[in-house]
Design a protein around this ligand. Structure first.
Ligand SMILES: [Zn+2]
Length: 143
């Protein structure tokens, strides 16, 4: 089945699933999704390069959504509640939101290690759309 990334260049699957952001060559500010310029207002150079994000971070927040989000989100019909988590990547100084994978919200606790996975978001006639999700990780966070 044909697989299309939900956001081109935002993640890799090989050799392991990881997000890809941008890093400023001057001030080291990291952005996700990747930015074409440095988001730091005090930075003079603004020269950014693609950078891999740590595979694991820490759970900073989560919520369970009981109604379908608006487009471009493609909701299954009938809609099933989904849990969305916010993961802090301390080494990069960013937080990233994504769907929860491989667990239910009842098992979550603040600060637990979460790892990045790449899984299908939905499928349609043209194939699967894949994107990043976060699942509880074995062991500790990278950063
Ligand atoms: Zn900068």
């Amino acid at each position: 089945m044909k697989q299309t990334p939900v956001l081109e260049g935002a993640f890799v699957s090989d050799p392991e699933p990881a997000l890809v952001g941008s890093r400023c060559r001057t001030c080291e500010t990291v952005a996700f999704p990747a930015s074409f310029t440095c988001p730091n207002p005090r930075c003079a150079q603004k020269d950014v390069v693609a950078t891999p994000i740590s595979r694991t971070g820490r759970l900073a927040s989560w919520t369970t959504v009981h109604f379908p989000p608006p487009p471009p989100f493609v909701a299954p019909d009938p809609f099933e509640p989904i849990t969305v988590v916010e993961v802090e990547f301390a080494s990069e100084g960013i937080q990233v939101v994504g769907p929860l994978a491989g667990a239910s919200a009842e098992g979550l606790r603040m600060g637990m290690a979460m790892e990045t996975v790449v899984e299908p978001y939905y499928s349609d006639d043209s194939g699967e759309v894949i994107g990043w999700k976060f699942r509880p990780a074995e062991g500790d966070a990278d950063g």
